[in-house]
Design a protein around this ligand. Structure first.
Ligand code: PLP
Length: 397
């Protein structure tokens, strides 16, 4: 079937939860991807910051294929070899204590929220259940993760939300201090707000949050679902900032496109969970964790991360050079960049698509650049050239 046919049949049978483009992507290799009509694109969306090694990476294919010949699935009632290996790597790299595997970013955040509540409950401090989160954040679509998300547009129509969340201003320590009371249990923050517009935290802000949490005995949770797994040029973005959280959540890039999430917790919060407290049928499944190991073994290498930092600078310099009057700001770290435009970008992204470049927004005005971490300089240069042409053609409102 071609794009038009797949769009028609898809619209009839698939639930209407996405404002989908009339395109079906059917094949990918590296940073190139093809639609059902055979048109080629440069992929700077990467499944929204998921495909960290691009499409159809031979090393990941091999890991998946080999594991598929051994064992697809068993239960977490048994030890799972590739899960143990990946847990060890993530724990040792992060300096946290233990890993809980699940299937998505929202679930990793749900796990973190539940763990914090149970941690204080087990200490006999049941009153402490409330979590300070941030305006403009995004933590997922399940009920607690949705409530934690500080964007009212996502809450509309889903009341009653989960009790126990308070919303502070991002990069504003005073707004956090003003919300702390004897019910406060934790602070949850994205070191780089992704969906909210690709806004990195100030270093003083994260350092200040660490200090406040230490002083008040609160749990500090970093949501690195989007900015983790090498995206910032460091395996964990907290390593760039030099501020260690008590809990970190990951998903998206962790298995390069195989669905998986994980929560890593330090030695105090980890005491919150005992057998029976939390679980996931598919969490840490052999197939996902086999691919996760292959991703870690590549992305976790210092020379790979150095290349991400270099590529990020290259892309940033090329975007900076555009100096178009319609670009108001360039933000981000590593290969997670956002260009704020002076108007809604919908038309601009459509022109890019027509010209063979896939880009996505982060909010109505920010164009997000989240390519594969192994993208080449040539591909980045081509993408910026296409974007520059698209800017010239983009009509003023
Ligand atoms: C920072 C952050 N947290 C959580 C999520 C939710 O992840 P998922 O869609 O895998 O549930 C996202 C997704 O965009 C995200 O960017």
């Amino acid at each position: 079937m071609n794009n038009a046919e797949l769009t028609a049949v898809g619209s009839e049978y698939v639930m209407n939860t996405y404002a989908r483009y009339p395109l079906a992507l059917v094949r990918g290799k590296g940073s190139k991807i093809w639609d059902a009509d055979g048109k080629e694109y440069l992929d700077f969306i990467g499944g929204i910051a998921v495909c960290v090694l691009g499409h159809s990476d031979q090393r990941l294919n091999k890991a998946l294929q080999e594991q598929s010949e051994k064992l697809w699935h068993c239960s977490n009632l048994f030890w799972i070899e590739p899960q143990i290996e990946l847990a060890k790597k993530l724990v040792q790299n992060s300096g946290l204590s233990k890993a809980f595997f699940c299937n998505s970013g929202a679930e990793a955040n749900e796990a973190a929220i539940k763990m914090v509540r149970k941690y204080f409950y087990r200490r006999g401090d049941q009153k402490r259940h409330s979590i300070i989160v941030f305006k403009n954040s995004f933590h997922g679509r399940t009920m607690a993760a949705l409530t934690a998300t500080g964007q009212p547009k996502y809450h509309e129509g889903f009341a009653p939300l989960v009790p126990g969340f308070a919303y502070a201003d991002f990069n504003d320590l005073n707004s956090v201090k003003a919300l702390i009371n004897d019910e406060t249990a934790a602070v949850m923050v994205e070191p780089i707000q992704g969906e909210g517009g690709v806004t990195p935290a100030d270093i003083e802000f994260l350092q200040g949050l660490r200090q406040i949490c230490d002083q008040k005995g609160l749990v500090l949770i970093f949501d690195e679902v989007q900015c983790g797994i090498g995206r910032s040029g460091h395996f964990f973005t907290f390593q760039k900032y030099g501020v260690k959280p008590d809990i970190v959540t990951l998903a998206k890039g962790i298995a390069g496109g195989f669905p998986m999430g994980v929560m890593l917790a330090g030695e105090l919060p980890v005491t919150g969970f005992e057998p029976g407290d939390h679980a996931s049928t598919f969490g840490g499944n052999p197939l996902g964790t086999a691919v996760g190991n292959a991703v870690f073994d590549i992305v976790g290498q210092e020379d790979f991360l150095q290349q991400v930092r270099d590529k990020g600078k290259y892309l940033q310099n090329n975007l900076q050079a555009l100096k178009d009057k319609r670009i108001t700001e360039l933000r981000g770290l590593g290969l997670m960049l956002g260009l704020e435009m002076n108007a809604n970008h919908t038309g601009l992204l459509e022109i890019c698509r027509r010209k063979g470049l896939l880009l996505i927004g982060a909010g109505p005005k920010v164009v997000r650049w989240v390519p594969a971490l192994n993208i080449s300089e040539t591909e980045m240069k081509q993408a910026v050239e296409i974007f520059a042409e698209a800017l010239d053609e983009w009509p003023e409102d």
